[in-house]
Design a protein around this ligand. Structure first.
Ligand code: SF4
Length: 345
């Protein structure tokens, strides 16, 4: 046990429950875990009545990325973000693009990675000239202990912190992180409970609650991403309701990234999302009143760039993840003076 515990970190946001159970409050699954058992994410374990994180000392990815890759388009544009992950996830999406690291703990109990301390992670971020640390590739909520330790230290060094998340964290988890978390991209995968049940083994309402809470009750910069899976979440009606939800609950300034699906993992029988479906979704977003709608995984599209929603002026020109021109003047359109929402634009 002593040796095993060297690889463990006591979990945050849990309570002891009757019969040596541990009640985890980190995400909306709210697992009540019997002694010796794992939570649904398979990276939190009840050992002798205490809940531990199994992945704190198991960093499986650590490298600098353009912040645009997250995607975060209105957050320190053109900067690098030191991006880290550990294995595990609280979703089981059939089409996961990072299934090799997100689903291994669930499929065969594998949690690979190496111990990299928060001090080392923050030092690497500084050495690479990054402006932020991104907790990404898998779901950051399920490695919240590491995020918290890195996030606090990063703030002390003048760095920001961002999550790329499925939005399934509890309100308690958002409150826990909001002192150091500066930006987040939340996947709103569809506007259908059936989709969340069938393809992600989760529920939709907690994700809607997260988006509302972040937008209305915190200062965390919010962007939203929807992967359009042909025949699953791309009907006009569903996209209209989804876009209207963003406008009403997150506001017209919340950027919406509509991402092209490519066959992955267990979801191999569908073609990639047709371009005309992506373009129609973009139009629906704009008709709903969103100021910034972007297409992702469509190299060379002009819909990767930011335009002034008032006068149409090209403001930030992107080619893939690279910024080829930034025409903003003090975060405003240089032609009509409209203020463009974002974090350190
Ligand atoms: S993080 Fe979520 S899935 Fe994992 S143990 Fe806690 S409540 Fe369960």
């Amino acid at each position: 046990m002593a040796l095993e515990k060297e690889n463990l970190k006591e979990a945050v946001l849990w309570e002891a429950a009757e019969g040596k159970k541990a009640s985890c409050k980190l995400c909306a699954h709210r697992c009540v875990i019997a002694e010796g058992k794992l939570g649904k994410c398979c990276v939190r374990k009840n050992i002798n009545g205490v809940l531990y994180s199994l992945n704190y000392h198991k960093v499986c990815s650590a490298n600098p990325d353009p912040i645009e890759k997250k995607p975060l388009f209105h957050f320190q544009p053109g900067s690098s973000s030191f991006s880290i992950a550990t294995m595990g996830c609280n979703f089981r999406c059939d089409f996961c693009q990072n299934w090799q690291i997100s689903q291994a703990a669930i499929e065969d109990g594998r949690i690979d990675g190496q111990a990299i301390s928060p001090e080392q992670i923050v030092a690497a971020a500084v050495n690479y000239g990054c402006k932020s640390i991104a907790y990404t590739y898998t779901e950051p909520t399920i490695f919240m202990e590491l995020c918290n330790d890195c996030g606090r230290l990063a703030k002390e060094k003048g760095l920001t912190n961002v999550f790329v998340s499925n939005g399934y964290q509890s309100i308690e988890a958002i409150d826990f992180a909001k002192g150091w978390l500066d930006g987040i991209n939340v996947d709103l995968k569809s506007f259908s409970e059936d989709y969340y049940n069938r393809l992600c083994k989760a529920h939709m309402q907690p994700v809607l609650d997260t988006i509302k809470y972040i937008a209305k009750e915190t200062n965390i910069w919010l962007e939203i991403t929807t992967l359009l899976v042909p025949g699953e979440n791309d009907s006009e009606d569903e996209l209209k309701r989804l876009a209207e939800f963003i406008v009403e609950q997150a506001g017209a300034d919340a950027p919406w990234h509509i991402s092209r699906f490519h066959p992955q993992y267990k979801y191999l029988d569908s073609a990639a999302t047709p371009l005309k479906v992506l373009e129609r979704a973009e139009q629906i977003g704009k008709e709903a009143g969103l100021h910034y709608v972007y297409l992702g995984n469509v190299p060379g599209s002009k819909s990767e760039s930011t335009f002034c929603y008032n006068c149409g002026r090209l403001l930030i020109e992107r080619v893939g993840y690279r910024i080829s021109a930034n025409n903003l003047a003090n975060s405003c359109c240089p032609d009509c003076g409209t203020k463009i929402a974002g974090f350190e634009l």
